[in-house]
Design a protein around this ligand. Structure first.
Ligand code: UDP
Length: 253
């Protein structure tokens, strides 16, 4: 088979040209990075887990009518997606204080928020993805007022879905990040959930023990990242067997 044309390589994923116009192939790497890539490592099987988990969440969202870029999983590490113009924004939804919000407001991590809070960050690694108010987003032309309303509505629906799915698996959804893209059908434009939804972009705590099951395990050196992600996958019934290690060669004596 002809090698696919690489269009973009990011920290955790590679995008290749898709088989049809308007499609792309998204490849999940094993690279883990944090603090704007100041800390990085290879975590065996992470890409396989995130490919499956993102498929699971995107399919679930599609089933309840939330539009996403996801078309189908192709293999262990690749999925077919619709090409979308990604907005230069990260949309963060928080149910409990943690990370940058806990620091900014001097709140203890885990403090319940009065209601889910949606915030926007401007995607720029050099600037460290600063949080931006709606005024900036509109003034700099990154998105319109209508886009912002649509993004908040999408983010709240994603939160309700993810919160419920996680709760059913004994996991607290503390916060998460999504990205959205524009897809055009003729003159009609709509915003869809894009990129990925995985433990790389969520904070997930075991409801009983508080054990962290997300990228904070890597950021804060709390143990094995692949064990944490495998636990999420196992609880959601996404990967019943230890598929994560299937990419390793079997050594027969
Ligand atoms: N997040 C992300 N990518 C980013 C920044 C944040 O996926 O570039 C996720 C992060 O994993 C967490 C949520 O967004 O689930 C909120 O992150 P926060 O603003 O607290 O930043 P952090 O503490 O991760 O720097």
């Amino acid at each position: 088979m002809a090698r696919r044309k690489k269009l973009y390589e990011g920290k955790a994923k590679i995008l290749y040209e898709g088989p049809e116009p308007g499609t792309l192939v998204q490849y999940f790497k094993d690279d883990a990075t944090a603090f704007n890539a100041a800390k990085s490592s290879i975590v065996d099987g992470k890409g396989v887990l995130n490919n499956r988990l993102s498929e699971f969440f995107m399919t679930g969202l599609g089933n309840i009518g939330v539009p996403t870029h996801f078309l189908k999983r192709l293999n262990m590490r690749e999925q077919l997606i619709r090409a979308a113009d990604i907005l230069p924004l990260e949309i963060i939804v928080r149910n409990f204080a943690a990370g940058s919000m806990a620091k900014r407001l001097g709140l203890e991590e885990g403090t319940a928020l009065p209601r889910p809070i949606v915030e926007f960050c401007y995607k720029d690694d050099k600037l460290g993805d600063p949080m931006v108010p709606e005024e900036y987003i509109i003034a700099f032309g990154w998105a319109s007022q209508q886009d912002i309303e649509d993004m908040v509505a999408l983010a709240v629906r994603v939160n309700d879905y993810l919160f419920g799915v996680m709760y059913g698996a004994g996991i607290r959804l503390v916060d998460f990040k999504i990205e959205v893209g524009r897809i055009w059908d003729g003159d009609y434009m709509r915003l869809v959930v894009a990129d990925e939804i995985s433990p790389d972009s969520c904070r997930l705590w075991d409801i009983e023990t508080g054990r962290k099951l997300d990228k904070d395990v890597f950021r804060r050196d709390l143990g094995s990242l692949s064990d944490a992600y495998s636990e999420v996958a196992r609880r959601l019934g996404v990967m019943p067997s230890s598929v994560t290690h299937a990419t390793r060669p079997t050594i027969v004596n």
